[in-house]
Design a protein around this ligand. Structure first.
Ligand SMILES: [Zn+2]
Length: 100
């Protein structure tokens, strides 16, 4: 499976998780609902980690301000490199290389 197919599968999985998350709200308060919350949070973390791994394989930078890591997005293309910004903490990373 190539990386983009994997990303599509991951997106479907995330949609399924969202449906499960909404369905959980129908459960009465109690032990089962608490267990459902824990399992859903674990699945959410696993999905975010898989997404970070895919992003990294696609050449994206990761910010370590949270766990799972945030995927930094390109904000500026420069002559000698590119700048990336974390959507969460707004820190900027530059891939700028000094000219040879
Ligand atoms: Zn960050």
């Amino acid at each position: 499976m190539d990386i983009l197919s994997l990303k599509a599968a991951l997106d479907l999985g995330k949609k399924a998780l969202e449906i499960v998350r909404q369905t959980k709200e129908l459960l009465p308060n109690g032990k089962e609902k608490d267990t459902a919350k824990i399992v859903i949070n674990e699945a959410d973390t696993a999905f975010k980690l898989a997404e970070s791994k895919i992003a990294q394989d696609l050449g994206y930078q990761l910010c370590r301000c949270t766990w799972p890591p945030q995927i930094m997005l390109s904000i500026e293309q420069e002559k000698y490199g590119e700048k990336f910004q974390c959507p969460k903490c707004k820190s900027i990373l530059s891939s700028e290389m000094p000219p040879l």
